[in-house]
Design a protein around this ligand. Sequence first.
Ligand code: ZN
Length: 162
Amino acid sequence: MSIKRNQVVSLSYTLKDPETGQIIDQSTPDQPLQFITGLGHIIPGLENEILKMDKGESKEILVKAEDAYGPVNPEAFQEINRSDLAHIENLEEGMVLYAQDNQGNQIPVKIHKITGDKVTVDLNHPMAGKDLLFNVKITDVRDATQEELAHGHVHGPGGHHH
Ligand SMILES: [Zn+2]
C-alpha cells in the first residue's frame, strides 16, 4: 500500500549535490519534513517517487534539474548600476543578497558579475540547473484531516499551531 493523495507524510532526508557529494540540506532528528501530498508543496520529481514508497521505507532518489527547480533561465540575469548597490559593503562576485518582492517574500539575488560600474545579478533559484540527490526515510503516513486540507498545511507537532 503506497502513499496516496491528501495524506500527511513525515520524512527525514539528506540532500546532496550528486557531483560533489556535498550535503546541501538535511532534516534534524527531532524535526522531520512534513507535507500534504498532491498540493505541490515539494518539488515534483521528489514527490512522484515518494508516492511509490511506504511508511518505514528508505530510498535514494536522484531528481534531475528539470524536475526540481528547473533549468537556469538566461532571462533571470539582469544588469544594474553598481551605484544602486552602493549601500552594500565589500560587494563581490558570488555574494547573495536578499530583496523583497511585492508580496513581501525574500528572494535571493546572486551577484553574478561585476564589470566596471555595472553589476550583473542572477535572479534564478539558487538550485536552478542542479540535479539533486535525496536520501529519504518515510517516518510516518496518515490521512490529512478536513481542517488541514481546508488550510492547505499540516497541523500538530511539527506543523502549524493556531
Ligand atoms: Zn491551519
